[in-house]
Ligand binder design. Sequence first.
Ligand code: NAD
Length: 346
Amino acid sequence: MIKILRSTEQEECRMRILFFDTKTYDKESFEKQTGNYPGIEIDYLKTDLAPKTAPLAKGYDAVCAFVSSDVGSETMDALHEAGVRLVLMRCAGFNNVDLEKAAEYGIRVMRVPGYSPEAVAEHAMALALAANRRIHKAYVKVRENDFSLGGLMGMNFYQKTAGIVGTGKIGAAMAKICRGFGMKVIAYDVYQNPELADFVTYVTLDELLASSDLISLHCPLMDNTYHLINKDTIAKMKDGVILVNTSRGGLVKTNDLIDGIRARKFFGVGLDVYEEETKNVFEDRSDEILEHSTTARLLSFPNVMITSHQGFFTEEALAAISQTTLDNAVAFEKGEITGNEVTERQ
Ligand code: NAD
């Protein structure tokens, strides 16, 4: 349970935070909140956190980092050397953080475990609809004064079956959206979410693959979910299925997906995440010759819609991220445990 600390509780807090990899929208959303946190001072850097940039944190109590930051062993050494006591991750993920080193140095690591599941779920449905109704093609056609309908035919979602893989916070929000579309909703998860009991039927993964017209992935990337979608699981899917992935790229074996698309297995594919996205995410690389052809190969298909990890990117989600991050800083300074601490045992 996240405890929200308001300004009176924060008055005694004096903390200096160095913010890495600042994008304009990060600064805007944090600056909107800082008035409520008088004890906190933030300096913003464009450069990302890495072993070479970590020494810049000398004199700061905390650094604020993101999923893309290098918070590995060498960075931890440098942060310890610089006197940093707290790493504030402004995201849910922490697989880029050396927690063992952090524990060794007594550096606390805190994160934002959930911010707006609806933001990601609504984007998953946006991708499903766009891939289904070929919105990406239609937009370009109309701009070119091509008002013909060739290649744009979709299918109704109404009365079709949505298969949700992983019914945690985001999967549950997606299940509710699909119900709103008049779809039958089935799900596969290692745990059943009681909140969904009145309208979701839990089935095995094989049953879900065989029965779903729309499959949306919302489980985490772990050893047992890596390449969950591969040539064998694709073969079990209904012909003409729509696949959406807003979770993690590694859930889908891209080359098998490409083979499946070529074999006309999919009516549409919507991806907010994909393997090899790391170098691309949130960067303008329009002037570069890219090292991988995966994105280009996927984009060459008319029924594939790709966005660049923007599922979380709504005003509400950014506000929740900045508020929780600042609350984490205050709680740390007050010696309080919020549940947002990340430890090795997680
Ligand atoms: P969550 O922890 O609330 O839910 C994950 C669900 O997956 C849980 O119900 C869990 O039981 C289930 N699960 C675990 N292992 C499974 C397996 N082997 N098969 C099926 N289900 C399994 O997480 P969440 O907040 O709903 O986030 C889901 C995923 O969305 C995250 O893992 C993250 O990768 C991704 N995400 C993407 C964005 C984006 O911008 N695109 C933003 C936030 C999160």
